[in-house]
Design a protein around this ligand. Structure first.
Ligand code: PRP
Length: 232
């Protein structure tokens, strides 16, 4: 009985193996249950999440390619202006982290980087005007050529405050580089020395910019559908 069962299972396994080999030879592939929930399954779930993220975008304002081209141009301009000088790039977190990373890698001369965290928006869409330094620089900037790197210049409240605070630390020079400028919303008379794009008064996200801490991971800059920020 025992040997009989073993023989039966051996024959069934052999038949299955033959079928599998034959199908594989013909280019027909089938996966075991475990493989279905493996890497392929995870990718499909991620794709669904990305699609959900993109559903909230009304339209793409600047594609990855456009951003790359403009960041290149800004870096070339900075490289020319600071030839022979060492600069300190200060990223204003969190929004500028993507722009900062891309810009920094295109700077040809020696440079140092530092980070500062300032917040005036919280989870809303309008600047409260109350600027808070939530993380200060790690190093001194005295006698350094400083470039403040921002993702967006909007009301100017944040940078008006920040540039004043940094100027009091006696840098050799201080300039502002912003990827986006929304002049229509300006409250403080702040002008950027380097500006990627001047944009209309729309709520933009992606490439580091957020709404309620989301959308920073979009590789392009898009306009957020108004219903996303009006429903909460
Ligand atoms: C954004 C942006 C600037 C500021 C510009 O920061 O990064 O720092 O707003 O706006 P303003 O010109 O009206 O002051 P936010 O406070 O949203 O924080 P985040 O960088 O963490 O997104």
């Amino acid at each position: 009985m025992y040997y009989g069962q073993q023989a039966k299972y051996f024959i069934i396994r052999q038949i299955n193996r033959n079928i599998t080999e034959e199908m594989t030879a013909k280019g027909i592939f089938f996966f075991k249950k475990k493989e279905k929930t493996g890497q392929a399954g995870i990718n499909q779930r991620n794709v669904r999440k990305i699609q959900m993220l993109e559903q909230d975008i009304e339209r793409v304002l600047f594609s990855e390619e456009e951003l790359d081209r403009r960041v290149n141009e800004l870096a070339e301009q900075i490289n020319r202006d600071y030839e022979g000088k060492e600069i300190t790039l200060i990223s204003v977190l969190r929004g500028s982290f993507v722009f900062m990373a891309d810009l920094t890698r295109k700077i040809k001369g020696h440079c140092t980087v530092d980070f500062m965290s300032v917040s005036s928006y919280g989870k809303g869409t309008i600047s409260s005007g109350q600027v808070q330094i939530t993380k200060d620089l790690s190093d001194e900037i005295e006698n350094r050529h400083v470039i403040v790197v921002e993702d967006i210049l909007d009301s100017g409240n944040t940078l008006g405050y920040l540039l004043k605070v940094l100027a009091q630390r006696h840098p050799a020079s201080i300039r502002l580089c912003t990827l986006l400028d929304k002049p229509d919303r300006r409250v403080k008379p702040i002008t950027a020395d380097y500006c990627g794009f001047t944009i209309p008064d729309a709520f933009v996200v992606g490439y580091g910019l957020d709404y309620a801490e989301r959308y920073r991971n979009l590789p392009y800059i898009g306009i957020l559908k108004p219903e996303v920020y009006t429903k909460s």
